[in-house]
Design a protein around this ligand. Structure first.
Ligand code: WT7
Length: 631
């Protein structure tokens, strides 16, 4: 299972392509199965129907917890660093984590949750969040974690889509110098969620909260009612482990479904190999557990490998921009996994925030979530890794469960801005618009996968047709990633960004259609079009063109913009707020009514010299007006 040299990588890769079933069976054997699988893989990309380790029985928490007790029960599983550096943190050993997960699992059972039920988790980055997730997995309940920055409306949409029976939340969350009233947001959401019977509330901020009789219970009190004895539910390899909602180019976010066996094997395999994790090392992934990065590389991957995972509640700039470096120093972090947007923002604060910290414990640096520009890559390499830590630029998606294209630390020769080579089991293919394969090197195209890996999504919750449409229909027989990609002369892959109407803002995935729908909900707005533009820190910023009932005067425009931002915050969450809003009298549409986003993108980028062919537009004059009014 463990790759140590480039030769090992090549051999593993070759075997994974020639005999994928034997390859993944070999990897999966290292885990604890209640019952072995009878067939390693069954698949087609047309329905699609993908099953790994068919007939195998397991529980992922036995692999993440019980399995480690004998050998490393007293080793830290989770190190928690609170938002406030002066507050005492928490270290949970594997034994303690096992105990707490079992107790929380019993609390869930006491509150009517059983195998297959959906549980929404809306929590701060505290150990109880990881515990809640694992407690669900322990009893076979399906978790749907919603990032703490989403609005009540977004929570309600997700709860209703999955028909969640229970919500786990906290009174509030600390994020930097802000306090977010989580329970109150949940209360707003639940006005429209009839499926929810119970809410478990943890105390964190001591913000006053309303507690509805019969519905809301305190986590602390519930925990007093249970024992730490909770045998794990036996799960089929293809039983659903979790749902995680993510944005696409159309409609509301969809619930990406991952299952127990394949996801576990893939998260663990990629964690151990890409980061070259050694026993005893401290791994610090700065993502929130509300995103797939947190699921795979804070919780499941590290714990399945018996690693020590650091969980940080706060933000990189609180109390100052040296916080990450402070944490690395304090906890002697060996692996740091963060996003380019964080690196770019910290770069701006200067080196004195870095230099007063001891970063010599670092061995491997990781990047994820968006393309990393050369400047950020070199800053990370020079000033954080001191040119002695390999950087792994890991490309993957919510749908892929784990990394697909990435260097293996210290094994794969890196190249700034390149995710480099596919991991074992991953078979990328570049295609042109017609779905023709683009062979050879020194080429670029749309990135697809031609063969399944164990962590691939199985469906989108409640709507399998949407899964087929979105990922498997653009290029029949292939999984389409939505990303553009370049393969250079060495066969190295560089992801160039989304080719669909999906934005990547500070590593957060946001659909333009979603933002448009939110803007259009504002009174007085007739129509809108949203595009991305390059942003120095966020990677992409959000630019909205808005048609109002009447073109607002300068004074009114400012007020209306403010109200539009408030509307977007309310409907989606603050992360989706446009950076720029321009009022326009019309949008460039073709005669068939399609908005020509290409033109809007160019104008938003500030590049109006060559807008390409505009002759098919219904009203070409509107382009000049938009150009003149660009903000
Ligand atoms: C999209 C997936 C995977 C965890 C976090 C994001 C972009 C992700 C990279 C990278 C260039 C990247 C892609 C992808 N992306 N990692 N290393 N280099 N682009 O997960 O929210 O599902 O977003 O993020 O565009 O499609 P996600």
């Amino acid at each position: 299972m463990r790759i140590r040299t480039f030769d090992d990588y090549q051999q593993a890769y070759q075997q994974s392509v020639e005999d994928p079933e034997a390859f993944w069976a070999g990897v999966a054997q290292e885990f604890q199965w209640r019952k072995p699988w009878t067939k390693t893989l069954q698949w087609n990309f047309t329905e699609p129907n993908i099953k790994w380790f068919v007939g195998g029985k397991l529980n992922i928490t036995e692999n993440c917890l019980d399995r480690h007790l004998a050998e490393r029960g007293d080793q830290p599983a989770i190190i928690w660093e609170p938002n406030d550096p002066h507050e005492a943190g928490v270290t949970l050993t594997y034994r303690m984590l096992h105990d707490q997960v079992c107790r929380m699992a019993n609390v869930l059972k006491r509150n009517g949750v059983g195998k297959g039920d959906r549980v929404c988790v809306y929590m701060p980055m505290v150990p109880e969040l990881a515990i809640a997730v694992l407690a669900c997995a322990r009893i076979g309940a399906i978790h749907s974690v919603v990032f703490g920055g989403f609005s009540a409306q977004s929570i309600a949409d997700r709860i209703n889509d999955a028909q969640c029976r229970l919500v786990i939340t906290a009174d509030g969350a600390y994020r930097g110098n802000k306090e977010i009233p989580l329970k109150s947001v949940v209360d707003d959401a639940l006005i429209g969620c009839p499926s929810v019977e119970k809410v478990i509330v943890m105390t964190r901020t001591r913000t006053p909260v309303a507690m509805l009789k019969g519905r809301d219970v305190w986590m602390e009190q519930e925990l007093k009612q249970v024992t730490a004895d909770c045998p794990a539910e036996e799960m089929d390899a293809e039983d659903v482990l979790f749902i995680l909602y993510t944005s696409g180019s159309t409609g509301k976010p969809k619930g990406v479904v991952h299952t127990c066996g394949g996801y576990m094997v893939y998260a663990a395999y990629t964690f151990e190999n890409v980061f070259q994790y050694e026993p005893g090392q401290v791994h610090f992934c700065t993502a929130d557990i509300g995103w797939i990065t947190g699921h795979s590389y804070i919780v499941y991957g590290p714990l399945a490998c018996g690693a020590t995972s650091l969980l940080f509640e706060g933000v990189p700039t609180y109390p100052d921009a040296g916080r990450f470096w402070d944490i690395v120093d304090k906890h002697q972090v060996n692996i740091l996994y963060t996003a380019p947007t964080a690196i770019r923002s910290l770069m701006g604060f200067g080196l004195d925030k870095v230099e007063n910290h001891d970063l010599s414990s670092l061995k491997v640096l990781g990047s994820v979530g968006e393309p990393i520009n050369a400047e950020a890559w070199h800053w990370y390499d020079d000033h954080i890794g001191k040119n002695r830590c390999p950087i792994v630029d890991t490309w993957w998606q919510t749908e892929t469960g784990g990394m697909l294209i990435s260097p293996i630390a210290g094994v794969t020769k890196t190249k700034p801005t390149y995710a480099t080579l596919p991991l074992p089991g991953v078979q990328p293919m570049l295609v042109d618009e017609n779905g023709q394969e683009i062979e050879g090197n020194g080429v670029s195209g749309n990135l697809c996968m031609k063969f399944p890996w164990p962590g691939i999504l199985r469906t989108t919750w409640g709507d399998h047709e949407r899964c087929r449409q979105t990922y498997f229909s653009t290029y029949p027989g292939l999984y389409f990633t939505g990303d553009g990609c370049l393969r250079d002369e060495d066969g190295y892959y560089r992801i160039t960004g989304r080719v669909d109407d999906v934005l990547n803002v500070s590593g957060h995935r946001i659909g333009t259609a979603e933002v448009e729908n939110a803007i259009n909900m504002h009174t007085g707005v007739v129509e809108s079009a949203v595009v991305g533009y390059p942003h120095d820190i966020k990677g992409q910023g959000i630019y909205a063109y808005v048609i109002a009932d009447a073109m607002p005067s300068d004074h009114d425009a400012d007020l209306t913009k403010r109200d539009i931002l408030a509307t977007v915050s309310r409907v989606i969450g603050p992360i989706a707020k446009p950076d720029k809003i321009q009022f326009v009298s019309g949008l460039p549409k073709t005669r068939s009514g399609k908005i020509m986003r290409r033109i809007l993108r160019k104008i938003a980028e500030g590049d109006t010299s060559n807008l390409g062919d505009t002759t098919t537009l219904l009203d070409p004059a509107v382009v000049d007006e938009i150009k003149a009014g660009a903000v």
